[in-house]
Design a protein around this ligand. Structure first.
Ligand code: NAD
Length: 334
């Protein structure tokens, strides 16, 4: 791990007014909407001439959900400027969230350029879904301040951010990034070591790998796979994650009984671990299945229904937690 010199200490959280978003597609635009809703000014850069119109459309679509969840004082969806020059976009930025395409060489060059232009002490986070900062930071002059800040789509509604540094990242930068995301209302997991895909994507992708296998083998349709989760285990996950869910599946004996009882029989599903070959046929079958399942629902329609459902679920779970559920302080019958 590297060191951050005292002269390059990141800004005090209370002094934060301005953040930069580099790459403003689905994720960068979602981050921009979130930062705006928390009352920050956003300076953005994206090489696509279509990016500015797209980000305004994304912010407008996200704003009703953000308003429902509660805006910070002074929050204004127009408090964003989109610049044609990266260095200009980074002027005055006290934090940078990079959300460019998931292409390693591009990330390397971009992080080098952001690092060269950002003010000293500014922490730079990448939204990467799976690259390690060790492999992305190789061209940067100041890798000490580069961290992964991995969000979930849509970043304006899903609280989780996974934070992890690379081999050359200063521990202070990881710690600052975690405090920053918490300061703006995120649920942060700070990882001590780099793992490809971090935590949640490893889990999501294990599920997706099995789903693709089942479509490829003609074992299940896209619609059956989706409903198997939304009407099945997915209903348990907002309150209890997969570990506590299986702890309960073990009955009074809990996880110990679960592992001792079912562990041996899981050898078969656990060992079907190779990635499915993503043939053209499989790709087309999954795409067609999604189109069929979506029916008349366009992407904006699906985004709106997803956002409303996430807010409703979050409200219920927040209410449960406020009543002491999840801490042992309160039981369901209280
Ligand atoms: N989509 C998801 O669910 C998701 C979730 C978490 C993290 N991520 C990560 O977020 C990042 C962005 O993904 P996305 O889904 O928003 O992709 P996207 O294709 O929607 O957006 C990428 C944006 O980057 C812009 N861009 C292209 N070249 C660039 C460059 N050289 N510098 C800066 N911007 C550039 C594009 O014009 C586009 O606006 C990726 O690293 C991805 O792995 C995606």
């Amino acid at each position: 791990m590297g060191d951050l010199e005292p002269r390059t200490a990141p800004p005090a959280l209370e002094s934060m007014t301005t953040v930069a978003c580099v790459g403003i597609g689905t994720i960068g635009g979602g981050w921009a909407a979130y930062f705006l809703a928390r009352g920050f000014r956003v300076r953005a850069w994206d090489p696509s001439p279509a990016a500015e119109a797209r980000v305004h459309a994304l912010i407008d679509a996200a704003w009703p959900a953000l308003t429902e969840l509660g805006l910070a004082e002074g929050a204004d969806p127009r408090n964003i400027s989109v610049h044609t020059d990266l260095a200009e976009a980074l002027e005055g930025a006290q934090f940078v969230q990079e959300s460019a395409p998931e292409v390693l060489e591009m990330k390397r060059g971009l992080l080098r350029d952001i690092d060269a232009a950002a003010a000293p002490g500014v922490v730079i986070a990448s939204s990467t879904s799976g690259y390690s900062m060790t492999e992305m930071a190789v061209e940067a002059a100041t890798p000490e301040r580069l961290v992964v800040g991995h969000p979930f789509n849509p970043p304006y509604l899903i609280p989780l951010v996974e934070v992890v540094g690379g081999e050359q990242t200063a521990p202070e930068a990881v710690e600052w990034a975690s405090r920053w995301y918490e300061f703006i209302g995120k649920s942060v997991i700070t990882m001590d070591r780099e793992v490809p895909g971090f935590i949640a994507n490893r889990l999501q992708e294990a599920l997706w790998r099995e789903a693709l296998h089942m479509v490829a083998n003609g074992e299940a349709t896209v619609e059956q796979i989706d409903r198997s989760i939304t009407d099945g285990p997915g209903l348990r996950w907002p309150m209890h994650g997969p570990m506590l869910t299986f702890h309960l599946a073990g009955g009074p004996g809990g996880m110990a009984h679960m592992l001792d009882h079912f562990g041996p029989s899981l050898l078969s599903p656990w060992t079907r671990l190779d990635a499915p070959e993503l043939t053209r046929e499989l790709r087309d079958a999954v795409v067609a299945g999604c189109d069929e399942e979506a029916g008349v629902r366009t992407v904006p329609h699906l985004v709106a229904e997803r956002d409303r459902a996430i807010i409703a679920v979050r409200r219920v779970i927040d209410g449960f937690r406020a009543a002491g559920y999840g801490s042992g302080a309160s039981l369901p019958e209280d």
